[in-house]
Design a protein around this ligand. Sequence first.
Ligand code: SF4
Ligand code: F3S
Length: 137
Amino acid sequence: MAALQRRRKRFSTGPVETLPDYRPDMTYIVTDNCIACKYTDCVEVCTVDCFYEGENMLVIHPDECIDCGVCEPECPAEAIKPDTESGLDEWLALNTKFASLWPNLTERRDPLPEAKEKDGEDGKLAKYFSEAAGEGD
Ligand code: SF4
Ligand code: F3S
């Protein structure tokens, strides 16, 4: 969680915090339904290229995400969420950890072969998650 702590420290002071809608501790993260789908539409719209590729899902680097929200509606699996939603602590930790281990992905790829079949299935973290890195680009 060192990276996350650094990020929170980086945003802990400064005049921008006085803006009413600005939430300094926010990031977007990738959650369960990306696993075994990996559509990759998200990487094409991210202007700061902060997606990282595992074998069967992507994660967002919380230190690099500028919280623009553009990727959220682009995900066919609705797997991208703001970490301000409740119950996502586990996913914030997973995104933070694997963004520092997996390679960067900036260009769209074909979805995984089983994407349509697995889209919407419950409990994919326990059933299918792989710690293995993807290829990146
Ligand atoms: Fe990239 Fe914006 Fe999505 Fe963050 S919210 S991952 S900066 S597109
Ligand atoms: Fe995953 Fe959705 Fe991107 S399925 S790879 S977060 S478009």
